[in-house]
Design a protein around this ligand. Structure first.
Ligand code: AMP
Length: 213
């Protein structure tokens, strides 16, 4: 799944996971868990995240390889937030067959607005938005009853930095995957209040055409 922060990667991945019976790996979630630990490594990772910078490739690649090794043989998976650099993309291409790039094309203004109002369940990670994707009860997750929180990097300054990092370091991957002739399914959002379900349904239609759903 390729797209800027706030493009909806986590939201769509969690819905596709259920429909396609695949696993999802979100490197951001892995690093947020790690950042809670009391160690030098955890503090370093936290430092990168809070500034909106990428965690260095060597470490990210190691973490991803370990996580991939836990996926049962033959089971599919969606990567949310990986790869984000050319080095990560090359590594992924070398160790696995990438069936499809789910590309999310969302204008910056929607991203900035969405991220500033995003809330996440502390317990299960489900993504909400206090204006556009509200939980049934304010501050509480519909799925598990967990408390919702705002990510510390979802603030205007860090959002700007994350978008800049995405443009500089991640968008070149689009060309890389195109050259590798990997199929693309491109989805977009043009309105802030667009619910995710119809977009997921369209993705599934496209995935069926290439026999991935
Ligand atoms: P995310 O939840 O995907 O927005 O990721 C949150 C933060 O985790 C990012 O801003 C980076 O600091 C770090 N991160 C997540 N995935 C990667 C990756 N593939 N490469 C480098 N840093 C990452």
């Amino acid at each position: 799944m390729l797209g800027a922060p706030g493009a909806g990667k986590g939201t769509y991945a969690s819905r596709l996971k259920e429909k396609l019976d695949v696993e999802t790996i979100a490197t951001g979630d892995i690093f947020r868990e790690l950042a809670k630990e009391n160690s030098d490594l955890a503090r370093k990772v936290k430092g990168y995240m809070e500034k909106g910078l990428l965690v260095p490739d060597d470490f990210v690649i190691e973490v991803l390889k370990q996580r991939l090794s836990k996926i049962p043989k033959g089971k599919g998976f969606i990567l949310d937030g990986f790869p984000r650099t050319m080095e990560q993309a090359k590594m992924l291409d070398a160790i696995t067959k990438i069936d499809v790039i789910l590309m999310l094309d969302v204008p910056d203004w929607i991203i900035i607005e969405r991220l500033s109002t995003r809330r996440i369940c502390k317990n299960c990670g489900t993504v909400y938005n206090i204006l556009y994707l509200k939980p049934k009860v304010g501050g509480i997750c519909d799925k598990c009853g967990g408390q919702l929180y705002q990510r510390s990097d979802d603030n205007p300054e860090v959002i700007k930095k994350r978008l800049q990092v995405y443009k500089e370091q991640t968008t070149p991957l689009i060309e890389f995957f195109k050259e590798k002739k990997i199929p693309f399914v491109i989805s977009g959002t043009t309105a802030l209040d667009q619910p995710p379900e119809p977009i997921v349904e369209k993705m599934l239609v496209e995935l069926k055409k290439i026999k991935l759903a």
